[in-house]
Design a protein around this ligand. Structure first.
Ligand SMILES: Nc1nc2c(c(=O)[nH]1)N[C@H]1C(S)=C(S)[C@@H](COP(=O)(O)OP(=O)(O)OC[C@H]3O[C@@H](n4cnc5c(=O)[nH]c(N)nc54)[C@H](O)[C@@H]3O)O[C@H]1N2
Ligand SMILES: Nc1nc2c(c(=O)[nH]1)N[C@H]1C(S)=C(S)[C@@H](COP(=O)(O)OP(=O)(O)OC[C@H]3O[C@@H](n4cnc5c(=O)[nH]c(N)nc54)[C@H](O)[C@@H]3O)O[C@H]1N2
Ligand SMILES: [Mo]
Length: 688
C-alpha cells in the first residue's frame, strides 16, 4: 500500500481559497483536508469541500465524450471516441467561423477559479478563433467596478486583521455559509470584546451570531450609507486630517451635501428599519476603534448595487478607520494579485491579430440566444462552448435561457463533470477533470496568498482537463502557433511574475503576496492621485438608486407582486455545484422559500406546504417555510438548485430578470418582486 499526500487548492468560487492536503492510497484519493499551516484558512474545510472526494468519485461523473442522439433536451446521448468528437466539433466550429467567428460564444465562469483551467488555453483558443468575447459579469462586477472607481482597485484589508477589530460590520454577507475563514477571525475578535453587527434582509445564521442584526429592505443599502454619513457630519465624527490628505475633497463636498438630505428618519422609512438603528450604528461605527466593514456581494445584486458599494467604501475614508490594524474595509483582495500577474502572456490577446470581436454579456444570455442578427447585435449566436458554468440553472430568467438553449439550430458543446441542466441540452458533452486530477495555480478574492494545486490522482475514465481539451481542439482546427503546445506546467509558470515564484508556490503550496500590513493608513490608494475617489469620471458622485422592482419605483407591479424575493446561496451548495451530491442535498432537504409568519397568514399558507412563487416571468414550485429568518415583505428563496432536481423542473431563477446594475453590467438577482400562493393540488399531481 502506498500513501502519498499532495498539496492542493480549493477550486471553488469562494473568497477563502483553502490550501488542501489530499491523501492518496494506491492511486485513489481517500481524504481531502485543509492545510493547517496555511495562515488564512488554517486547516478547516467547509462541509462541501470535505466531501470533494465523494464528488470526484460520484457514480454519475461523465467519464467519456457523449454525443446527442435524441431530440435536443431528450437526454439521449451515445458514447463516442474522443477523436471523433473533437474532429466533428472542430469542423462544425470551422463552418460557422468561415461565415463569422463571432457567431461562436464561449460561456464560462467559476466552476473552477483555477487560472489555467479557467482562462489559460481556452482564452488562446477563442482569441485565435475570433469568437465573441464574454463579459463575465454574473457575480461580482457591480461591486468590483464600484471598488475600482473608489479605491482604484479591488483591494482592502487583510482578512487576518479582523482579529484586531473592535467593531465588525458584516454587510451583505452570510459569512458562516460563504466565507467561513473570515468568520473564524471575527469570532476571535468577538471573544475579546468586539461588537459584531450584521446588515442583511435575512436573519442568517451569521446574523444569529452577531450582537445586532439590522434587517433592511433589499436594495436600500445606499440609503443607509448616506444616513450614516449624515450622522458622521452632524456629530463631527470625521477624521478631517485623513479626509484632507487622502480623499477627493471636491467630491466629498458634493457628497456631504447629498448626505445632509438623509436624516435617520428618512433612512428608516426607506430601509424599513428604525431611526434609532441608524443613529446607533453611526455612533458605534464612528466611536469604536478599530472599526472594520466586511462588505460582500449580497448587497450589490440590485439595480443600485454599484452605487451602494461606492457609498459603503467611502465610509472608512471619512472616519480614518484605515489608520489602524483591524480598521478599514474588505470586499475583495483580488486586485492585489493583478499586479503580480501577466494575463497577456497567459491569454495571448495578440492571437486576435487586430480583430475586435463583439462582447456578449453573460447575464443576458437568455435574451441573446433568442436574438436574430442585427447591426446592433451582430450575428445570431450559432454555437456555444460552455465550460466551468451551468448557465441553464444559474443565469437570470431561466425560462428564456432554457428556451434559448433548446434552439434546434444552436450547436452546443459542454465541458463538464456531470449531466447538469446545461449538459442535458448540449450536442456534445466532454468529460472534464476535477481539481484532484489536474494542475493549476490560484489567486484569491478573500486573502493574499497565491496557491498551487498539484494533481493528486490520474484523470478518471477518459476525462481530460480543460487545457487539454482546448489544446486538442486547437490541433484539430489546424492552429500551429507554438503556444498551443504549451504544457500545463508551462502555462502555470506564465501566470505570476516577480516575487510570486512558481517553484516556491509548488513546494510549499502557497506564496504570500507582498501587501503592506496597513495598506491605506497613509492613503496611497491605487488611484491616479492616490486618493479615495468620490466624484468618479463618468459616474459622478454616488447616490442611492432604488430597485427596479419596489413599491416606490414600480407601484403597479408591486400591487400585483407585493413581496420582494432575494435568492442567496444555500449553505451546502456552491451556486449550483454540489446539488447532485446526495449527502449535501440531504442536509438542504428540498427547494424552499422562507416567509414571515404575517405574510404567510395573510395568504393562508402553513409551514411545509407546497407553494408557487410567481411573477410575470415564471413560476417556481417549492416548499414554504414560515420562518423568523424572513422579514415582513421579503421572501428568501435559497438557491441555486438544479432545475431537474427541483420541483416541476424549476428553480429560483424562473423569477429573476435580466436587467443590469447601475455599474458593472451585472445581474440584479435580489431585485425581484413576486407573489406566493398555495400550489394547486392538481398541478402537484401532474408534477409528481
Ligand atoms: N456555501 C456557499 N458559499 C459560497 C457560495 C455558495 O453558493 N455557497 N457562493 C460563493 C460565491 S459565487 C460568492 S459570489 C460568494 C458570495 O459571498 P457573499 O456575498 O458573502 O454571499 P452570501 O453569503 O450569499 O451573502 C449575501 C447575503 O446578502 C444578503 N442580501 C441580499 N440582498 C441584500 C441587500 O440588498 N442588502 C444587504 N445588505 N444584504 C443583502 C443575503 O440575504 C445574504 O445573506 O460566496 C461564495 N461562497
Ligand atoms: N438566483 C440566483 N442566481 C445566482 C446567484 C444567486 O445568488 N441567486 N449567484 C450567482 C453567482 S454569485 C455566481 S458566481 C453564478 C455561478 O455560476 P457558475 O459559475 O455557473 O457556477 P456553478 O453553478 O457552480 O457551475 C459551475 C459548473 O462548473 C463545473 N466545473 C467545475 N470545475 C470544472 C472544471 O475544472 N472543468 C469544467 N469543464 N467544468 C468544471 C461544475 O461541475 C459546475 O457544474 O451563479 C449566479 N446565480
Ligand atoms: Mo459568485
Amino acid at each position: 500500500m502506498t500513501t502519498t499526500i499532495t498539496r492542493g487548492a480549493c477550486p471553488h468560487d469562494c473568497p477563502d481559497t483553502c490550501a488542501l492536503r489530499v491523501t492518496v492510497v494506491d492511486g485513489r484519493a481517500v481524504k481531502v483536508q485543509g492545510d493547517p499551516e496555511h495562515p488564512p484558512t488554517h486547516g478547516a474545510l467547509c462541509t462541501k469541500v470535505s466531501r470533494y472526494a465523494e464528488r470526484t468519485y460520484h457514480p454519475e461523473r461523465v467519464l467519456h465524450p457523449l454525443r446527442r442522439v435524441g431530440p435536443k433536451g431528450s437526454g439521449r446521448f451515445e458514447r463516442v471516441r474522443w477523436d471523433d468528437a473533437l474532429a466533428d466539433i472542430a469542423s462544425r466550429l470551422q463552418a460557422i467561423a468561415a461565415r463569422d467567428p463571432q457567431a461562436i460564444l464561449p460561456y464560462s465562469y467559476a466552476g473552477t477559479m483555477g487560472l489555467i483551467q479557467g482562462e489559460g488555453m481556452a482564452a488562446r483558443f477563442f482569441h485565435k478563433l475570433g469568437a465573441s468575447f464574454l463579459d463575465r459579469t454574473i457575480c461580482s462586477n457591480a461591486g468590483g467596478e464600484a471598488l475600482l472607481a473608489t479605491y482604484g482597485g479591488k483591494v482592502g484589508m487583510h482578512v487576518e486583521a479582523f482579529v484586531d477589530s473592535r467593531l465588525i460590520v458584516v454587510w451583505g454577507s452570510n459569512s458562516i455559509a460563504s466565507n467561513l475563514h473570515f468568520w473564524t477571525f471575527a469570532q476571535a475578535a468577538k471573544r475579546v470584546g468586539a461588537k459584531l453587527v450584521c446588515i442583511d434582509p435575512r436573519k442568517t445564521e451569521t446574523a444569529d451570531k452577531c450582537h445586532q442584526h439590522i434587517a433592511l429592505r433589499p436594495g436600500t443599502d445606499g440609503a443607509l450609507a448616506l444616513g450614516l454619513m449624515h450622522e458622521l457630519v452632524v456629530h463631527d465624527w470625521l477624521d478631517h486630517d485623513y479626509l484632507e490628505r487622502h480623499v477627493d475633497v471636491a467630491g466629498w463636498a458634493a457628497l456631504r451635501e447629498r448626505a445632509s438630505q438623509w436624516p435617520p428618519e428618512r433612512v428608516a422609512e426607506t430601509c424599513g428599519i428604525t431611526a434609532d438603528e441608524v443613529r446607533g450604528l453611526a455612533r458605534d461605527y464612528a466611536t469604536t476603534r478599530p472599526a472594520a466593514i466586511r462588505l460582500n456581494y449580497g448587497m450589490q445584486r440590485v439595480r443600485g448595487g454599484g452605487n451602494a458599494v461606492r457609498l459603503a467604501a467611502i465610509l472608512p475614508c471619512l472616519t480614518g478607520a484605515w489608520r489602524q490594524r483591524g480598521g478599514g474595509l474588505l470586499l475583495s483582495s483580488g486586485g492585489w494579485f493583478k499586479r503580480h500577474m501577466d494575463s497577456a502572456a497567459l491569454a495571448r490577446p495578440d492571437l486576435l491579430a487586430g480583430r475586435r470581436p463583439r462582447t456578449v454579456n453573460m447575464v443576458t444570455i437568455g435574451d441573446d440566444l433568442l436574438r436574430d442578427a442585427s447591426p446592433a447585435f451582430g450575428p445570431k449566436i450559432e454555437a456555444l462552448v460552455v465550460y466551468n458554468s451551468n448557465p441553464v440553472a444559474v443565469a437570470p430568467e431561466s425560462p428564456k435561457v432554457a428556451q434559448g438553449f433548446a434552439r434546434d439550430d444552436l450547436f452546443t458543446v459542454v465541458l463538464e463533470h456531470f449531466m447538469t441542466d446545461t449538459a442535458d441540452v448540449a450536442d456534445y458533452v466532454l468529460p472534464a477533470t476535477t481539481q484532484l486530477e489536474h494542475l493549476d495555480v490560484h489567486a484569491s478574492y478573500g486573502h493574499t496568498y497565491a496557491l498551487c494545486n498539484e494533481p493528486a490522482i490520474a484523470p478518471l475514465g477518459e476525462a481530460r482537463s480543460n487545457t487539454q481539451i482546448f489544446r486538442d481542439l486547437a490541433r484539430c482546427m489546424g492552429y500551429d502557433e507554438p503556444c498551443f503546445g504549451d504544457s500545463d506546467e508551462q502555462l502555470a509558470r506564465t501566470v505570476y511574475h516577480g516575487e510570486v515564484r512558481f517553484d516556491e508556490m509548488r513546494a510549499r503550496g502557497w506564496v504570500q503576496l507582498p501587501v503592506p500590513d496597513l495598506p491605506f493608513a497613509e492613503g496611497g490608494f491605487p488611484t491616479a492621485d492616490g486618493r479615495c475617489v468620490i466624484d468618479a469620471p463618468g459616474l459622478g458622485v454616488p447616490d442611492y438608486v432604488p430597485n427596479y422592482e419596489s413599491p416606490s419605483s414600480a407601484p403597479e407591479l408591486a400591487r400585483r407582486y407585493p413581496l420582494a424575493m432575494i435568492s442567496p446561496p444555500a449553505r451546502n451548495f456552491l451556486n449550483s455545484s454540489f446539488v447532485n451530491v446526495k449527502s449535501l442535498r440531504d442536509i438542504e432537504g428540498e427547494p424552499l422559500v422562507e416567509i414571515h409568519a404575517d405574510d404567510a397568514a395573510a395568504r393562508g399558507l402553513v409551514s411545509g406546504e407546497m407553494v408557487e412563487v410567481y411573477n410575470d416571468r415564471g413560476r417556481y414550485r417549492c416548499k414554504a417555510v414560515v420562518s423568523a429568518r424572513a422579514r415582513p415583505g421579503v421572501v428568501n428563496g435559497l438557491g441555486v438548485w438544479w432545475r431537474k432536481l427541483g420541483v416541476a423542473g424549476t428553480n429560483v431563477n424562473e423569477l429573476t430578470h435580466q436587467r443590469l446594475t447601475d455599474i458593472g453590467r451585472a445581474p440584479a438577482f435580489y431585485d425581484c418582486l413576486v407573489e406566493v400562493r398555495a400550489a394547486a393540488a392538481d398541478a402537484e399531481a401532474a408534477a409528481a
